[in-house]
Design a protein. Structure first.
Length: 155
C-alpha cells in the first residue's frame, strides 16, 4: 500500500484535483462477506449465496453483489487518504457507478483512488469527488468504478 495522502485543510483538497491516490492492499472476497451482505440487504439471489448452483451458472462461482463491491469504497478510502483537523466529513453521494466485471469468491481486490474534482462550498467546506476503482487481481476490467462525493469541513 502507498503512503496515505494527507489533507489538512480545504485548500489542500482543492489543490489535489487530478492527484492519483495510489492503491490499497489486496482484500480477498470471501463467501462469508457475501453472505453477511445478503443477510443485511435481503438479497439472497443464488448467484451470490448458493455455491453449488453458482458453480454451474454464468460466472462459474458465487459473485459478490455489485452494491457490496461498491460499498467497499468506504473501506478503501481511509487506506488511501487521511485527514487532520477535520471537523466533520459527510458522505454526500455518488455520481457514476459501474460494474464492468464480476467479483468472484476468492478474488483479490483493491481500491485505487483518483481525485476528480473539488470545489468550495458554503460554510467554508469543500466538496470532493474521488473515483475509487475496485481492481481485481489478474483481471482486465475492474469490479466497480464509483465516483464518490464527500463534503469536508476543517477546523
Amino acid at each position: 500500500m502507498t503512503d496515505r495522502t494527507l489533507f489538512d485543510s480545504a485548500a489542500a483538497v482543492l489543490g489535489a484535483v487530478g492527484q492519483d491516490l495510489g492503491a490499497t492492499d489486496w482484500l480477498t472476497m470471501t463467501q462469508d462477506r457475501i453472505d453477511q451482505f445478503a443477510a443485511a440487504t435481503g438479497d439472497h439471489q443464488w448467484i451470490h449465496v448458493d455455491p453449488v448452483r453458482a458453480a454451474a451458472g454464468p460466472f462459474g462461482a458465487c459473485v459478490a453483489h455489485g452494491y457490496l463491491t461498491q460499498s467497499l469504497a468506504s473501506f478503501f478510502l481511509p487506506q488511501l487518504l487521511r485527514y487532520e483537523r477535520l471537523s466533520v466529513g459527510i458522505n454526500y453521494g455518488c455520481d457514476k457507478v459501474r460494474f464492468p466485471a464480476p467479483v468472484k469468491v476468492g478474488a483479490r481486490i483493491r481500491g485505487r483512488g483518483h481525485v476528480l474534482a473539488a470545489e468550495a462550498i458554503q460554510g467554508g467546506g469543500v466538496q470532493v469527488t474521488i473515483r475509487v476503482t475496485v481492481e481485481i487481481d489478474g483481471a482486465e476490467r475492474p469490479g466497480c468504478v464509483v465516483d464518490t462525493i464527500s463534503r469536508l469541513f476543517f477546523a
